[in-house]
Design a protein. Structure first.
Length: 160
């Protein structure tokens, strides 16, 4: 009933016998918070749907290694860098959303500014990657390499 991930719990998976097929019916119960539901969908439901639809492996999400970069400032933003949250793994695998970009052939990941609450859809709307911090991962500093789950198209970054 529970998965060790944040956001993303509670998550339920069950199978039921089918009355019309020898294949069981799969049931996924996703959390109520919008961000938790999306992370659960990307991590568990989408790979199952890909496999069941006959798509060739790999069915799971794409993970890339990226350098953690400062947030990208919009032209109207203050040129002062916002304070960055402390990134480290806790008792659950942690997913943090932001922008995955490609600069000089290398992936960079910028954490979305603002709240990372599991009910906040504003930041998630422009997300194309989720940084994945394993359980008990040590603190991450700017410039460190981190694993990022790609959830959207990555565009080349044209900045210094």
């Amino acid at each position: 009933r529970s998965v060790a991930m944040k956001p993303g719990k509670p998550l339920t998976f069950a199978t039921f016998p089918s009355q019309t097929s020898s294949q069981p019916i799969l049931y996924f119960g996703l959390p109520g918070n919008p961000v938790s539901s999306l992370v659960g969908f990307w991590r568990f439901v989408q790979p199952a749907l890909r496999k069941l639809s006959g798509q060739q492996a790999p069915w799971g999400p794409t993970f890339v290694e990226a350098r953690w970069s400062p947030p990208i400032l919009s032209p109207g933003d203050s040129q002062e860098q916002p304070s960055l949250p402390k990134l480290e793994g806790g008792s659950r695998e942690t997913y943090l959303w932001g922008q995955l970009s490609l600069k000089a052939g290398q992936y960079e990941f910028s954490l979305a500014s603002g709240s990372h609450s599991s009910g906040n859809l504003i930041n998630l709307a422009q997300t194309n990657g989720l940084a994945v911090l394993p359980i008990d991962h040590p603190p991450v500093q700017l410039g460190d390499r981190i694993q990022v789950m790609q959830v959207g198209a990555v565009i080349p970054l044209l900045r210094n």
